[in-house]
Design a protein around this ligand. Structure first.
Ligand SMILES: Nc1ncnc2c1ncn2[C@@H]1O[C@H](COP(=O)(O)OP(=O)(O)OP(=O)(O)O)[C@@H](O)[C@H]1O
Length: 277
């Protein structure tokens, strides 16, 4: 892979960008997942990532987070190189929160203790009482009742577990949030409540959100921009109105099939309600 810069300062070409990926190549044995992939994620936006199964959405996220070393290419997160110096990697850890697809909570720890894990790791000198208070704050911020802090993940519903994972992702007040299929497995009402929460957090905290999803309702409800992964690259990264018109078979089927029409109808109805109301 290319020799990465190991400096921690911001670079001019990163202006306005939270994440910048250039010429990314990922391979597993003979399988090429990404080939010369570029992606810009703008600061303060909810960036949707879509693509067929196996197109490498999760691998892309893991690479940006420094969890999967690519064969070639460069990645910058707030100007930091995830494969650079330990200061760079530490800065990325401090500035990102991640909600993995399965929630990835520690099953033997309560929700509160789960949220305390990153606080303990990054602020070891913090008074335990303050740490507990902060964990409670994050649990409430994620829309859970206060008594959820004392519960084990197995005592929560699927939707509540997602919120607990979100509370942990927000523990360090990161400016960038990564969400891998956050609404998968939720019923439609639970999913739309989760979407609302993400949108509220974006506005309240000024978050940048990297959001992998198959959920068309989520795309229409909250994404500022959507990147389509296909043919090992980002085919297009644009507002939905533009992406919908992109002339490529997967895009046309995905955005103009019956499920897409239903999501578009709901979206238009919501827009009309807001305008009229
Ligand atoms: N550690 C690994 N070792 C070998 N192959 C891997 C590894 N991680 C991912 N892959 C392969 O890379 C491809 C892309 O995987 P990835 O999980 O990123 O897809 P995805 O777009 O997130 O799919 P889905 O929408 O089904 O979750 C898959 O074919 C997968 O089997």
């Amino acid at each position: 892979m290319e020799k990465h810069r190991t400096t921690t300062e911001h670079h001019d070409d990163d202006a306005g960008l939270a994440i910048r990926v250039r010429g990314l190549v990922n391979r597993f044995g003979a399988q090429v997942v990404h080939d010369d992939l570029d992606l810009d994620v703008r600061t303060g936006e909810i960036q949707g990532i879509v693509g067929g199964s196996g197109t490498g959405k999760s691998v892309l996220m893991r690479t940006i987070l420094g969890l999967n070393e690519p064969a070639a290419g460069s990645v910058r997160v707030l100007g930091h190189n995830p494969f650079g110096s330990s200061a760079d990697r530490h800065a990325i850890e401090r500035n990102t929160g991640v909600l993995f697809q399965d929630g990835a909570l520690f099953s033997s720890l309560t929700v509160g203790e789960n949220v305390e894990v990153p606080l303990k790791e990054h602020h070891p000198d913090l008074d335990p009482r303050i740490r507990k208070e902060l964990a409670l704050l994050k649990v409430k911020l994620a829309g859970l009742p206060a008594d959820a802090v004392a519960k084990l993940p197995s005592q929560l519903s699927g939707g509540m577990r997602k919120r607990a994972g979100l509370a942990r992702a927000l523990a360090l007040d990161p400016p960038i949030l990564f969400l891998d299929e956050p609404t998968a497995g939720l019923d439609p009402i639970g999913a739309s409540q989760f979407d609302e929460l993400i949108l509220t957090l974006k506005h309240a905290l000024g978050l940048t959100v990297f959001l992998i999803t198959h959920d068309l309702d989520t795309l229409y409800a909250i994404c500022d921009r959507v990147a389509v992964l296909a043919d090992r690259k980002v085919l297009i990264n644009a507002p939905l109105s533009e992406v919908e018109r992109y002339d490529q078979p997967w895009v046309q089927e995905y955005f103009h099939g019956p499920r897409a029409r239903a999501a578009q109808t709901i979206h238009l109805r919501n827009l009309t309600d807001h305008t009229v109301g």
